[in-house]
Ligand binder design. Sequence first.
Ligand code: F6P
Length: 325
Amino acid sequence: MSKLQHLALLTSGGDAPGMNAAIRAVVRTANFHGIRTTGVVDGYDGLVKKNFVQLGPRDVRNIVQRGGTILRSARSEAFLKPEGREQAAANLREADIDALIIIGGGGSQSGAHALTAEQNVRVMGIASTIDNDLGGSDRTIGFDTACNTALEAIDRLRDTASSYGRIFFVEVMGRDSGFIAMHTGIAAGAEYVLVPERKENVDELIKALQERSSEKSSSIVVVAEGDQEGGAFKLAEVVKKNCPQFDIRVSVLGHLQRGGNPTMADRLLASRLGAAAVEGFMEGKQNCVVGIVKGEITYTPHVEAITQRKEIEPDLFRLIQMLAI
Ligand code: F6P
C-alpha cells in the first residue's frame, strides 16, 4: 500500500450539525501529519464533476460551531451509474489523491462501498446523520443536536398545549428510523411515540388519550415522519374522527431539525471521528466506517455498517409506556 500523502474529503446526503467540525478535524489532523487535503464540493456530484478545492488548516477556521456543511451536499444522478463512479475514480487518480473520506449516513456509505468494490478507491466513512440509523457507531454526528432542537420545540408546544388543554401531534424527522422520535419523546415527557420500526395499535392510543383526558392538562404524541400510520396529520385525523371532543393541533418540525449550531456532544464526536479517520488510514485501515462503540473508536467494514440495522434500544419502548401515565 502506498504511503498516504494526499486525502480527499466530501460530505454527502442529509447535512447534519457537526459535519463542519468533522471537516475541520480531518483537515487539521492531516496537516499535523504532513498530509494534504482536497475538499470535494457538492458531495458525489462534485466528485464526478471534479469540483475540488485545496483545504489548509486556516481554511477551516471558525466552522467548528456552525451547522450545515461548508463543502455542501447534493444528490448525484451521475454517481448512481457505474460510468459516473468510473469518472469519479479517474478524477481522484488524476489529482494524485490516495484516499477518500466520506462524511455521511447510510446512502452515502453505500456509495463509498460501490466506489471501492468497482474502482478500488481507498475509502473511509465517518458516521454522520441526524437519523442515527447507520451501523458502526452508537451515535452518529448530528443526532444529539437534532434531538435537542426537537426537544426545545416540543417543550414550547407543551406550554401552549397546557394553556388550552390540547393534544398536540408533533412530527419529527426520521423517514426510516425512529431514534429522534423515541429519544426526544422520552425527554419531553410525551404520552405516546410512534416510530417506523413498530406497528402501533391506534385504538389503544385513542383509548389511552380518552382515559387520561380528564386528568391531564395536555398530551403530546411524537410521531416520526416515516411512522406506519402515515405521519402526524393522518394520525390526528383518525383520532379526531373518533374523539371529536378533543382539541387537537398538529406541528411538523421538519428541516429545522437539520440546522443550528452543533451541541458539545456532536462537536466532540465529530472531532474524534475526523481525527480517527485520518489516523486509521495511516495505520492501514480502509473501506470501513469509523465510529464510537461503547466509548471506543471502532472501524467497521463498510458492508457491515450499511447492512446492519441499528435498533432503537428495546427498553425505551417500555419506558415510554411506564412513564406516560
Ligand atoms: O437527514 C435524514 C433525513 O432527515 C430524513 O429523516 C428525512 O426524511 C430526510 O432527511 C429528508 O431529506 P431531504 O429533504 O433532504 O430529502
